[in-house]
Design a protein around this ligand. Sequence first.
Ligand SMILES: N[C@@H](CCC(=O)N[C@@H](CS)C(=O)NCC(=O)O)C(=O)O
Length: 191
Amino acid sequence: MSNANQESALIELFKASGKAHHQAFLASNGEDAEWPIWYADYLREPLGQLLQVTFTRSQLIYCLMHIEFERQALLSNMPANVMAWPELYTNHFIEQFAATDKPSEDKLALYYSPYCPYCIFVRSAIDKLKLDVELLDISANRKHFDALVAERNRATVPVLKISAATGNNRWMPESRCIVQYLEKTYGESKD
Ligand SMILES: N[C@@H](CCC(=O)N[C@@H](CS)C(=O)NCC(=O)O)C(=O)O
């Protein structure tokens, strides 16, 4: 599936999930305090198929809540700039989980700080997989710190920057997601 087809299929899936959720909670006009659980159960299989990822239920619940908190924070800060939620969720899942076109040609760089336990977790996965990843210490080099903040509007590490030969860059936060991506993409028999 091409990247554009994958993107539109994800947007459609999120739209359909919204409709199905509203249908299921008509009586409360869509109100559902346990919405992440409902959505995780609805999305787990089709989302996993579209992204070729095996999601655990708790991982998906965590991801959905994380995106929603970020969305709410964006809405309260700059409502005019926030895109529609199916597009925003799609961007997030593509950034975190979709494979790139030619992973063997991608250049990888890790923004990290030496004392951050999440960064140590990612670096140990990089060592285990014997990957060639440029290490950019944001606590030792102001240039790396500034580049990270300019891109992400925050200095949280670790962040994996994936630079494709086409010139496309992807910035992947969240240690667990980074490790999962690296293992899935470069582990064992992968290229
Ligand atoms: N959930 C994140 C947590 C990352 C995190 O909290 N990193 C800390 C360093 S250990 C950090 O960058 N804090 C500073 C900040 O967020 O600006 C992950 O698993 O990667």
